[in-house]
Design a binder for this molecule. Structure first.
Ligand SMILES: Nc1nc2c(ncn2[C@@H]2O[C@H](COP(=O)(O)OP(=O)(O)OP(=O)(O)O)[C@@H](O)[C@H]2O)c(=O)[nH]1
Ligand SMILES: [Mg+2]
Length: 241
């Protein structure tokens, strides 16, 4: 079994090497692909240097900041072409603790997609202010209702996909980026009839580096979910016949 962790980075110089170490130590089957968008803080160079002594570490260096969704796609493409059985995604800011990786991998015995979830029993959020908690909780209820999903954490980027899932749902024509990309992917996977599992994680807000998420992305995601719910309704009916 070969598994690739796709790690999108933009200005994560303080986090990237410790996080990569944590991932590689979490399970022997894991390899890491850092997808860096030309971070001005030298994130890419740090990874390049570390690669010399680490055969399980790879770097995809892109020329410009193209967004999180596009970084996932570049990683998926590489993972599929290189023949990995499982492709994982996680943030590079320690919000997603590598210690949960064995749980995600274990869940793959019975699921096609595993999600590190803040909203199942045992999961939670450590140090978010109230307004961020409220926003995240609302975004998840909103998404679950509109897209009729039973998944509790639709906006978590801590995931493990079985290769066949990515081949089947074709992520490459998902239109959203960031949160909307994550939501549409859950929806596509659920709608295709794959088994989705959630394992609890304690999400810890970043302590180093800066957040790249902004208000515009949140509104874009809300609109994208709304549009997805109605855009695809006729297609769902055709499928049922
Ligand atoms: N390659 C690439 N990575 C990105 C880009 N934007 C964000 N990232 C990375 O995606 C991950 C998530 O970004 P964050 O800034 O932590 O966004 P977030 O986790 O949604 O928001 P916070 O909770 O505020 O941290 C981090 O590893 C970022 O470095 C981008 O345009 N390109
Ligand atoms: Mg983050």
């Amino acid at each position: 079994m070969r598994s690739l962790v796709v790690l999108p980075t933009y200005n994560e110089a303080e986090n990237v090497l410790p996080l990569v170490r944590g991932v590689l130590d979490a399970a022997a089957e894991l390899e890491v692909l850092v997808v860096d968008d030309g971070s001005p803080d030298g994130t890419g160079e740090l990874v390049e240097d570390a690669m010399a002594g680490e055969p399980r570490l790879f770097l995809l260096q892109r020329g410009a900041k193209l967004g999180l969704g596009s970084a996932y796609l570049a990683g998926f493409r590489h993972g599929i072409e290189a023949g990995y059985d499982r492709i994982l995604t996680m943030d590079c800011d320690f919000s997603h603790d590598p210690r949960y990786l064995p749980d995600l991998l274990a869940g793959m015995a019975h699921h096609d997609l595993m999600i590190g979830s803040r909203y199942v029993p045992g999961g939670g959020i450590a140090n978010w202010p109230l307004h961020r908690r409220a926003l995240s909780a609302f975004a998840n209820v909103y998404t679950r209702l509109l897209l009729r999903l039973s998944v509790k954490d639709c906006t978590s980027g801590f995931r493990c996909y079985r290769r066949e899932v990515l081949l089947h749902v074709n992520p490459f024509d998902v239109r959203g980026s960031g949160y909307s990309f994550l939501e549409e992917m859950v929806w596509r996977v659920a709608r295709a009839g794959f088994a989705i599992g959630e394992t609890p994680i304690l999400f810890v807000d970043r302590t180093r580096g800066t957040s790249k998420i902004n208000r515009k992305e949140i509104w874009r995601a809300a609109w994208h979910v709304f549009e997805t719910a109605f855009r695809r309704a006729p297609v769902t009916r055709v499928d049922r016949r």
